[in-house]
Write a protein that binds this ligand. Sequence first.
Ligand code: AMP
Length: 118
Amino acid sequence: MVYDKNNIFAKILRGEIPCNKIFENDHVLSFYDINPQKKIHALVIPKGEYIDLDDFNKKASEQEFIELYKAVSHVSKLLGVSDKGYRMLSNIGSDGGQEVPHLHFHIFAGEKVGKMVS
Ligand code: AMP
């Protein structure tokens, strides 16, 4: 599968459409989900062009790995949810329920997140 440069997160990364930003550095962008499924629903995405976690694991540099995973914890602290906890989730492919073909981690928090899978 080829990375679709016109996916919505690619447009956010290029600044073509706005986002409600939480955190950004050279490798990662985090912003609030436009359609929150829990009291707090944030997204963490790499700036590189990766379709999903499998694609990322194949192609990303060590630095990109470190920055993406560190950013999840950093964002949880910025959101004030690291003590009470949160759920990080990444949908992969059609059976996984992935809608946007740019790797993203969801962070759900601010209340009991509930059953792992419904
Ligand atoms: P997934 O189903 O894992 O691909 O999740 C895609 C997520 O992106 C959904 O939770 C959407 O609500 C969210 N989303 C789609 N467009 C935007 C946008 N423009 N800004 C923020 N979140 C978005």
